[in-house]
Design a protein around this ligand. Structure first.
Ligand code: AP5
Ligand code: MG
Length: 185
């Protein structure tokens, strides 16, 4: 199983990523988490990453690809993956699709967790990660609207693999709905 989770900050990509990974027995790879691991390691690359994450800006593609692709390739050897947060823009998706064709790791589906903005704000303010201040959340939502919304259109129209689910429901209901929708395809 090779899935991508797409959605706004706080839409539940991480939450569903973990649940789906254990359901299908594959790895959950969160690009944000892979980047945060590098930040915690305190490397010079980590310091560079931290500056982007702190502001809620996207980390440059080269850094993201260098850190995330090895994890994706390793997971493929073990039956697949649930990607969370990568690809996140149309240019990343086009570049990733190129790499995927070469490594035979093309996506089965892209799942869009659609959650109303007031719910996103409420969830993130309650979680309070360092990039969960009101100001940075607002910026992350703008970045999402500008760069990730076109990605949703790309998977729906160009690739025909988008599965949209309503993400403001109990976690277990969402997981079951995704499972049912995938079984129907
Ligand atoms: P990333 O870590 O991906 O953050 P994000 O997209 O902003 O999303 P979050 O992780 O905050 O939310 P989520 O959708 O995973 O929701 P979660 O399950 O946690 O990226 C962080 C940064 O890294 C970016 O800003 C950027 O700088 C960089 N980055 C990452 N990927 C990149 C890329 N590809 N290219 C460039 N830069 C990149 O849930 C949120 C909260 O809601 C939790 O408290 C959870 O318990 C709760 N919740 C979840 N589901 C439900 C539910 N159904 N009902 C009620 N509460 C729920
Ligand atoms: Mg997350």
């Amino acid at each position: 199983m090779k899935l991508l989770l797409v959605g706004a900050p706080g839409s539940g990509k991480g939450t569903q990523g973990k649940a789906l990974a254990s359901l299908y027995g594959v790895e959950h790879i969160s690009s944000g988490e892979v980047l945060r691991v590098e930040v915690r390691a305190g490397t010079s690359l980590g310091r560079e990453v931290a500056a982007f994450q702190r502001r809620g800006d996207l980390v440059p593609d080269q850094i993201v690809f260098d850190l995330v692709i090895p994890a994706v390739a390793a997971a493929t050897a073990h039956g697949g993956y649930i990607l969370d947060g990568f690809p996140r823009t149309v240019p990343q998706a086009l570049q990733a699709a190129d790499v995927a064709r070469r490594l035979e790791l093309t996506l089965d589906a892209a799942i869009y967790l659609n959650v109303p903005e007031p719910v996103l704000l409420e969830r993130l303010l309650a979680r309070a990660r360092p990039d969960d201040t009101a100001e940075v959340i607002r910026h992350r939502l703008e970045v999402f609207a500008e760069t990730t919304n076109p990605l949703i259109a790309y998977y729906r129209q160009q690739r025909g693999i988008l599965v949209e689910v309503h993400g403001d429901q109990p976690q277990e209901v969402i997981t079951a709905e995704i499972q049912a929708r995938l079984a129907d395809r």
